[in-house]
Design a protein around this ligand. Structure first.
Ligand code: SF4
Ligand code: SF4
Length: 446
């Protein structure tokens, strides 16, 4: 398959459109009176405006391109100490705005090609992808451990490789292998069973979506698994009747929706297949009256917007030929794909929920700190940053924080543990599962 993954050189024109104004270092509310909130986790921890936010990253990119910045340990560290959260992108208003995360990742791709990236701690991801096709060094036979209780309860999940179904639940590596987040796929499958959805899973045949590889610059590993997955999805569509792929991980969702679209065969491979996040999928059923909440969940909660279901899904209009503004101009953004309202509406529909907002939300959300390979590369910093986000939720009076990503789930609870708190972050599917009626047989025993 042919891909359009840009090199750093191909992004040169965009890189030079940064004016070094520094607006990207904070989330601004221009008032009056003007206010700002920290938006760049790297800047909060490591300071120094020159290295942080996209201003610093564009300066690095220029230096790498013209050869004035050789690969040094310091440069690599500064480049990889970035969660690729796109917080800086949401503040910038200049023409390279649509390409900021791509430029950061193109630098990493160049580092990997030149044999100096990723960071030492992240090499385990590279090796694990080669050996196990997942970033967690998880053996293939353990991928289905999360589903054992279903078999034990006499309600096994359909293996879509053997039996047809219109809906494929693509679990993702974090839900499958990361024990503290295992309740995310379990709650999802319980909900689907309670609602009588005809769905199947790939079981031991599921492999990584490639998101983590792409974020750390290992484009080859990404392409390898992406091509395998696209061919498998197409086969499942043609032979097993799959027309919908549901993902509960924000990272998988972003990868399949956006990273895979860099493949020239994307439209052909996904013809007749809709890719949707679990929450959006369930929200459609809720609006149709097919999902009704019966039980109260008396929690006071706030909502954490994952970067990959929010800012990363913004569609940007660029004036390629100069017919509207000037050649290459950033024209406007379209937020219709961003999952901002859907999870909030769903959350507030659950009986007993009291909802409060944090200050930094939606496009100005503050990243949990785990993205961009940082949970593996800089685990202590990722957890410390997550603790700050948990504190923000507590400061507005929320007892629990809700999100829609197992990756954020893991990292934010690591942050809660630093604050010596019990589990504080829950996935929205865990609440939906709690608020639904038992299934018709009344046998929810796991
Ligand atoms: S990335 Fe955008 S906001 Fe940041 S310094 Fe450059 S032009 Fe200014
Ligand atoms: S992507 Fe996020 S962490 Fe990276 S420079 Fe921008 S705001 Fe900072």
């Amino acid at each position: 398959m042919e891909w359009n993954i840009p090199t750093l050189e191909e992004l040169t024109d965009k890189i030079w459109r940064c004016t070094a104004c520094g607006n990207c270092k904070a989330a601004w509310n221009y008032g009056p009176p003007p206010e700002f909130g920290e938006i760049c986790p790297a800047m909060v921890e490591f300071g120094f405006e020159g290295n942080a936010a996209s201003k610093g990253k564009m300066a690095f990119a220029r230096g790498i391109l013209d050869g004035s910045l050789p690969w040094t340990d310091d440069l690599l560290q500064d480049m990889y100490q970035c969660t690729v959260c796109a917080g800086c992108q949401s503040q910038c208003e200049l023409d390279h705005k649509p390409f900021i995360p791509e430029i950061i990742e193109a630098m990493r791709r160049k580092a990997v090609e030149d044999g100096v990236g990723p960071m030492p701690n992240q090499k385990v991801i590279v090796q694990s992808m080669r050996s196990f096709n997942n970033p967690y060094q998880g053996p293939r036979r353990a991928r289905l451990d999360w589903a054992k209780p279903f078999k034990k309860a006499g309600k096994p999940l359909k293996n879509i490789m053997k039996e047809p179904a219109p809906v494929l639940y693509y679990v993702g590596c974090t839900g499958a292998y990361n024990l503290p987040t295992r309740n995310v796929p379990q709650a999802t499958a319980r909900i689907f069973q309670k609602l009588g959805i005809d769905f199947g899973i790939l079981g031991e045949d599921e492999i990584c979506c490639g998101s983590t590889s792409m974020r750390i610059g290992d484009a080859k590993a990404f392409q390898r698994v992406a091509e395998f997955n696209m061919e498998l999805f197409k086969k499942l569509h043609d032979e097993q009747g799959v027309n919908t792929i549901v993902t509960s991980c924000a990272g998988c969702f972003r990868a399949i929706k956006k990273d895979y679209s860099l493949c020239k065969d994307y439209d052909k491979m996904f013809e007749g297949i809709k890719v949707i996040h679990t929450v959006d999928f369930l929200y459609e059923m809720f609006k149709e009256g097919k999902l009704k909440f019966k039980k109260e969940v008396p929690w006071k909660v706030c909502f954490h917007d994952p970067c990959h279901t929010g800012r990363h899904l913004i569609k940007f209009e660029v004036d390629e030929d100069g017919s509207k503004l000037w050649e290459g101009a950033y024209v406007q953004e379209n937020l219709e794909d961003c999952l901002y309202d859907v999870p909030r509406d769903m959350l507030m529909a659950i009986p007993g929920i009291e909802f409060v907002e944090m200050e930094r939300i939606r496009k100005d959300s503050y990243c949990c700190g785990g993205g961009g390979g940082c949970m593996t590369g800089f685990a202590d910093w990722a957890a410390k940053n997550a603790a700050k986000r948990i504190e923000e939720g507590l400061s507005v009076g929320a007892d629990k924080m809700i999100s829609i990503c197992p990756f954020c789930h893991y990292n934010l609870n690591a942050g809660a543990a630093l604050l010596e708190r019990e589990q504080t972050l829950y996935d929205l599917v865990e609440l939906i599962d709690m608020a639904l009626e038992e299934d018709v047989s009344g046998k929810t025993v796991y």
